[in-house]
Design a protein around this ligand. Structure first.
Ligand code: SAH
Length: 219
C-alpha cells in the first residue's frame, strides 16, 4: 500500500494501534484482529479527534454522523465471516473505516453512503490509502447495489426498524447480513441474518447497540 498522503502524520504523538489484546479475549477471529491492527483509524477521522483515535469509543465524523466504536466494527466484521474470495456490501460508508477493514478481508467491497460530502471524503481517503478493492457510491443503500452483488456478506452501519427485503434478496445462499434493527435515536438489536436457502433466512440478535438512523432518500 502507498503511504497515506493526507491529514495526519501517522506517527502523531499519542497514537497507538487499536488494542487487539482486549478484543482477543472477546473471541474475535484472528483475521479480523489483524485487519483491525493494519487499519489506521486516525486517518479516517477529523484531525481534532486525532489524539483519541484509538480509544474504544465512537467519534464524530461531521454532518451529524459517527464512526463506530472499534469493538463494534470488529464484532460486526467477525459476525460477517468474510473470506478472501468474498464480495461484500456495506451500507453507510461514513468515514470509510469499516469499508477499509472489510477490504483487508474480502476480494471486493462496495459501499454506499447517502450524505454526499461523506461519500466524497471517504472515497478520497480510501483512494489515497490505495484501497483498490473498494468502490464507493452515493445513494440510498436500501435497495443495495445490484451491479455489484450478489453478496457473500452485507454490513449495514445505520439503524432501521426492520430488515430491508432488497438487501436480503441480494444475499447469496450461505451469506450473512449484519445490521442494527430497531428504532432511531435509541438502542437497537445487532442482528445476524443468514440466508439458508433461496427465500429462507434465520435471524438472531447478538446484543444491544446504538447506531445513527438509516435515512431514506426522497426519490
Ligand atoms: N461505517 C461508518 C460509520 C457509519 S455511521 C464508518 O466506518 O465510519 C452511518 C452512516 O450511514 C452515516 O454516514 C449515514 O449518513 C449513512 N446512512 C444512513 N442512511 C443511509 C442510507 N439509506 N444509505 C446509505 N447510507 C446511509
Amino acid at each position: 500500500m502507498r503511504p497515506p498522503t493526507r491529514r495526519h502524520d501517522r506517527h502523531h504523538p499519542g497514537l497507538r494501534p487499536v488494542r487487539c489484546q482486549c478484543f482477543r479475549k472477546q473471541g474475535l477471529s484472528e483475521r479480523v484482529l489483524e485487519a483491525m491492527g493494519q487499519t489506521k483509524r486516525h486517518l479516517f477521522i477529523p484531525e481534532r479527534s486525532c489524539s483519541i483515535a484509538y480509544a474504544d469509543r465512537p467519534l464524530p465524523i461531521g454532518l451529524g454522523q459517527t464512526i463506530s466504536q472499534p469493538f463494534i466494527v470488529a464484532l460486526m466484521t467477525h459476525l460477517a465471516e468474510v473470506a478472501p474470495d468474498h464480495v461484500v456490501l456495506e451500507v453507510g460508508t461514513g468515514s470509510g473505516y469499516q469499508a477499509a477493514i472489510l477490504a483487508h478481508l474480502a476480494r471486493k467491497v462496495c459501499t454506499i453512503e447517502i450524505v454526499p460530502q461523506l461519500a466524497e471524503a471517504a472515497a478520497k481517503t480510501l483512494r489515497d490509502l490505495a484501497y483498490d478493492n473498494v468502490s464507493v457510491r452515493l445513494g440510498d443503500g436500501y435497495a443495495g447495489w445490484p451491479e455489484c452483488g450478489p453478496f457473500d456478506a452485507i454490513v449495514v452501519t445505520a439503524a432501521l426498524g426492520q430488515l430491508p427485503p432488497p438487501l436480503i434478496e441480494r444475499l447469496k445462499v450461505g451469506g450473512r447480513l449484519i445490521m442494527p434493527v430497531g428504532p432511531a435515536y435509541t438502542i437497537q438489536q445487532l442482528s445476524v441474518v443468514e440466508k439458508i436457502a433461496p427465500g429462507k433466512t434465520t435471524t438472531r440478535a447478538v446484543g444491544l447497540v446504538r447506531f445513527v438512523p438509516f435515512t431514506r432518500s426522497q426519490n
